[in-house]
Design a binder for this molecule. Sequence first.
Ligand SMILES: O=C(O)CCC(=O)C(=O)O
Ligand SMILES: [Fe+2]
Length: 345
Amino acid sequence: MISIKALAESPGLTSIPPTYTFTRSPNDEPVSDDPEDSIPIIDFSLLTSGTPDQRSKSIHQLGKACQDWGFFMVINHGVPESLMKAMSDACGEFFNLTEEEKREYGGKHVLDSIRCGTSFNASVDKVLFWRDFLKIFVHPQFHSPSKPAAFREILLEYSKRSRELAMELLKGISMSLGLGDTYIQNALNLELGLQLLAANLYPPCPEPELAMGMPPHSDHGLLTLLIQNGISGLQVQHQSKWVNVNSIPNAFVVNVGDHMEITSNGKYKSVVHRALVNEKATRISIATVIGPPLDTVVGPAPKLVHRETNAPAYTGIKYKEYMQLQQSNQLDGKSCLDHVRILPA
Ligand SMILES: O=C(O)CCC(=O)C(=O)O
Ligand SMILES: [Fe+2]
């Protein structure tokens, strides 16, 4: 399968091949034009080193962001800007390797530690997406492609720093659920949890309104931390509208994943989002997914369910089985989560 990078660079390309034409559903939500519609901002420095009052306000804001939006931006997070830029550049260089060099990691299983390809799952996608990807398991065992030369070192440091940030956010989220700061960490054994880095490349597209970078979907895992190379394209579904995420430079865009929705028994919802493409600039986004160990069965936190007043709304499922389920179907909104939802009697 040809990479989207190779296709986009074909000389004289003025239209997209029909297999890339994404049919938007007739009841697709409109894009919000309200400048007030913007995902909440969390000041990480207040969450971790503010006064007790500032900390408790931040925890409240974090909980509210998870409940109302499922998405928020994190500023003053302490991850060096130079490291974020280096990671984004290194991913760009990976995609610049020859098709031959990248083939070493291509077309493999969802649980393989390094995997690159195009679209989402080109063997089941009816329409192909204008996107190449590189996915790497960086925790509990660290993996890295051996090329480009500096990749490994940058990835190691970036993975470590983004993990620390995620763990602090999870403490705050755990508190916001009234569970105590280490409850989620302990209940889901995050010490040995999966961390997946997924880099996305969206080259310029001659007919951006006809193509789709990534279709509407929610993410597996507890939290996703996203950085971008300054080019926008991400949209989040909110109150029946698509809201553009115009990220503050160097902020992390964080979202609630399906396994946080399950753990919180539906209090915090994973939110559907999509990535559009544009005609002019190459966009790179790098998602870091934080999840439990692959063999952990994730169900609602026992402390959050109550037989009569708050019955479990999801059946427990092994994290890796959930990932396999998502990978074997077309990426389609929250259809994967629907498989484990218990409908009220
Ligand atoms: O490129 C983006 O902004 C979104 C990527 C994404 O949703 C994902 O990797 O799951
Ligand atoms: Fe996503």
